[in-house]
Ligand binder design. Structure first.
Ligand code: ADP
Length: 254
């Protein structure tokens, strides 16, 4: 018997997106995107501002729907889902990291990481606290877990945001300029953490970045210009680091 084929984490076929549909200012900003991302990939999405990266990420994150074409997440045809089903699929499958961390400032790092679990389950318990603590350990923040989100550095806040994105054990993490607000050192530290998670758990990452230095550390670079993918190539220069080196750098607090 043949082994079952694992579906792509992400598959887009002929995806088009227009804004202002039915109005005089209707504008198509994505012009037929075909894209496949396999489980465990660590890919960068690059391109000039206004090229459609955020629009594409919103469609992939099930925050918006294409005007034409199909978005499949782990083989599920998302256009066939109702709003409630899309919300469930998003919550169970996709983690988000944004340029700004959006942590709740009056809550501790640990509580912030527990939020998605609480929202999903409705009440504390069931090992949530232990899981949140383990995730904070993974991003090198154990000593800061009981600090309020307001009282830690920008790099540390973004690490908490990464741990929170992982709370529901997503197959896919979408990161939109996750290091855009950070200095070079902190950016490197956060990027190391993303990579370490990818290598340790096989989580798929799609990372929008303007920083060519960081894009060069991804396995694949997808370039979007004026609503079209103009290049999509494996990155031959990438150096995969061993878990040991990563766990060390993940613990270098920035
Ligand atoms: P990027 O993330 O690459 O900077 P965007 O996806 O933000 O690109 O934008 C792509 C194009 O879509 C731009 O021309 C932008 O002005 C337009 N756009 C983005 N969001 C909207 C919206 N909600 N309504 C109308 N036009 C939009």
């Amino acid at each position: 018997m043949e082994a079952p084929i694992r579906p792509d984490t992400l598959r887009l076929d002929g995806v088009r997106k227009s804004y202002g549909v039915g109005t005089p200012v209707e504008t198509e900003v994505l012009h037929g995107i075909d894209l496949r991302v396999a489980p465990g990939e660590f890919a960068a999405l690059v391109g000039p501002s206004g090229g459609g990266k955020s629009t594409l990420l919103n469609l992939i994150g099930l925050l918006d729907q294409p005007t034409h074409g199909k978005v499949r997440i782990r083989g599920v045809e998302t256009d066939k889902l109702g709003d409630a089903e899309r919300t469930v699929l998003r919550g169970r499958t996709i983690g988000f990291v944004f340029q700004y961390h959006y942590l709740l400032p009056a809550f501790t790092a640990l509580e912030n990481v527990m939020m998605p679990m609480l929202a999903s389950r409705g009440r504390p318990g069931g090992g949530m606290e232990e899981r949140a603590a383990a995730l904070l350990d993974e991003v090198g923040l154990t000593p800061w877990k009981d600090h309020k989100a307001n009282d830690i550095s920008g790099g540390q806040q973004q690490r908490v945001a990464v741990a929170r994105a992982l709370a529901m054990n997503p197959a896919l993490v979408l990161a939109d300029e996750p290091t855009g607000n950070l200095d070079t050192n902190s950016a490197d530290g956060v990027f190391d953490v993303l990579r370490a998670v990818n290598e340790a758990s096989g989580t798929t990452f799609l990372i929008v970045t303007h920083d060519p230095r960081l894009a060069q550390r991804c396995d694949r670079i997808i370039e979007l210009v004026d609503g079209r993918i103009v290049s999509d190539r494996p990155n031959a220069n990438v150096v995969r680091r061993s878990g040991a080196v990563f766990s060390e750098s993940a613990r270098r607090i920035s």
